[in-house]
Design a protein around this ligand. Structure first.
Ligand code: FAD
Ligand code: 2HG
Ligand code: ZN
Length: 475
């Protein structure tokens, strides 16, 4: 079938202005990190679920794969097509309506292309909280969050995207629409399709809308950054914070000193709020609590627990934000690590999770083994300690250059992931598999799990037209 025929079919569904080719399509063919670039027959922008269904059907009839793309902020190349040039990239940007906010049910029904930050703002305007929060929230979409089962900085209290989702609307590989937009907190009517689609990275269906959970707005929030002497103390402080704050603890982030110094080096207008001694600490933690009583109640609790932590040597220093502006500045330091890491040159990312009790042992072992094998390699370790999820990234120095990193990337992956696997951890905690980790998944997941996943994929997408080569090898 000639490509012109496919283009004409697509144009008749979404309108010619929404079928992008050539230079207009180029921005959508490279991933956020610039690691993967593909080719596509076209990039299309449907504006309704019915148009998505019609695009998928037209592609299925002509054998064109469909690669869904939201904000293109994914870190595993999941939204980038291969280089065959036969795929159609389906942009969800025009599926951007908030269909309903039901405050009595504490739910909101939004289309897949809604930007996460817009959803948070709309929830707030209705007097509610939608708690998913991540550095890319200004550009990532709800569809991308669902497809990757995104995590972020509030999982500790509210769970990841799967736990925040009650219902879905999905277009399957044959173009049929599954109307599963239920706002039910209990529904045991057989296998849970919703949970199958969440986290499937566009390989089983195209999510067009979701019904998500809302929560009460906290009355007060307190944020603090602490300078810590070691990871062991960070873990001890986490236990103290859990016991002291209970469900009020909404965030506990850990950052190596290297990360914070990288941020202030590349963004000199950002400052670490510590005296020079503490600013050189090996580790920092960012804690946040949300209180349902009052500002004073939150502050009293916060200062009591953090004071104990400093008194018993779990923290060397603590800075409590005095205002929302200061709180945002602390979060900005944390959220800038990914950008500073990108400025610093090449890096290898490991998005791992472990039982919190094993984190310190893992870091001691992994740091030592990597340094011994690759002297000069730089650890850029940070992440969501409260969830046992670390971004155990590694970067370069004068002694271990970008070329060294590229040459040894496979060995570095294997060393780190072998250690994670030996400690019963996961090699992809929140970013997904995409095309980056297809080989790694096959290596660590186990034959039985891969077999069941392959059976599911073949059942739902027999011709491998939905995001082929992502999560599992293409067939
Ligand atoms: P895209 O990148 O467009 O797509 C991601 C995957 O989802 C692809 O496989 C794509 O095919 C699929 N997809 C997209 N839309 C749909 C749809 N409607 N239906 C089916 N499949 C679809 N992630 C975290 O979990 N936690 C973090 O803290 C975090 N912080 C980040 C910070 C920065 C600075 C950056 C750049 C990224 C960060 N990420 C984080 C990763 C990324 O933002 C998330 O994975 C996000 O959920 C991706 O959303 P997106 O709309 O950009 O998806
Ligand atoms: C974060 O927690 C994101 O900031 C990005 O998940 C992690 O850059 C990374 O490796
Ligand atoms: Zn993260």
């Amino acid at each position: 079938m000639k490509s012109e025929t496919s283009l004409a079919a697509l144009a008749s569904i979404v309108g010619e202005a929404h079928v992008l080719t050539g230079d207009a399509a180029a921005p959508y063919l490279t991933d956020w990190r610039g690691r993967f670039t593909g080719k596509a027959l076209a990039v299309v922008r449907p504006e309704s679920t019915q148009q998505v269904a019609n695009v998928v059907r037209a592609c299925a009839e002509r054998g064109n794969p469909v690669v869904p793309q939201g904000g293109n902020t994914g870190l595993c190349g999941g939204a980038t097509p291969d280089d065959s040039g036969s795929a159609v990239v389906l942009l969800t940007s025009r599926l951007n309506r908030v269909r309903e906010i039901d405050t009595a049910n504490d739910t909101m029904t939004v289309e897949a292309g809604c930007i996460l930050q817009t959803v948070q703002e709309q929830a707030q305007a209705a007097g509610r909280l939608f708690p998913l929060s991540l550095g890319a929230e200004g550009s990532c979409t709800i569809g991308g969050n669902l497809a990757t089962n995104a995590g972020g900085t509030a999982v500790l209290r509210y769970g990841n995207m799967r736990e925040l989702t009650l219902g879905l609307e999905v277009v399957g590989a044959d173009g049929r629409i599954w109307h599963g937009l239920r706002g039910l907190r209990k529904d045991n009517t057989g296998y849970d399709l919703r949970d199958l689609y969440v986290g499937s990275e566009g390989t089983l269906g195209i999510i067009t809308a979701a019904t998500i959970k809302l929560f009460p707005q906290p009355v007060a929030r307190c944020t603090a950054m602490l300078a810590l002497p070691s990871v062991e103390k960070a873990v001890a402080l986490l236990s103290r914070a859990r016991a002291g704050f209970g469900a009020a603890l909404t965030g506990y982030e850990l950052m190596a000193g290297v990360c914070m110094r990288m941020v202030t080096h590349y963004y000199p207008h950002l400052r670490l709020p510590f005296e020079p001694g503490s600013a050189q600490a090996p580790w920092f933690a960012l804690l946040e609590i949300s209180d349902s009583e009052s500002e004073q109640h939150a502050r009293d609790r916060f200062e009591a627990v953090l004071g104990e932590a400093v008194d018993c040597g779990e923290a060397d220093d603590a800075v409590v934000a005095e205002s929302i502006t200061q709180s945002k500045a602390l979060w900005h330091l944390r959220e800038s690590i990914t950008l500073a890491e990108a400025e610093s040159g090449k890096s290898v990312k490991h998005d791992i999770s472990l039982a919190v009790s094993r984190i310190a042992k893992f870091l001691a072992q992994a740091d030592a083994q990597l340094q011994q094998r690759f002297p000069g390699i730089v650890n850029i370790t940070f992440g969501h300690l409260g969830d046992g999820n670390l971004h155990y990234n590694v970067g370069t120095s004068e002694r271990f250059t970008g070329d060294d990193l590229v040459a040894h990337q496979a060995v570095i992956y294997a060393m780190v992931h072998d250690m994670v696997s030996a400690m019963d951890g996961s090699i992809s905690a929140e970013h997904g598999v995409g095309q980056l980790k297809v080989g790694e998944l096959a290596r660590y997941k186990g034959a039985q799990e891969i077999e069941v996943m392959t059976l599911l994929k073949r059942a739902l997408d027999p011709h491998c037209l939905l995001n082929p080569g992502k999560v599992l090898p293409a067939y």
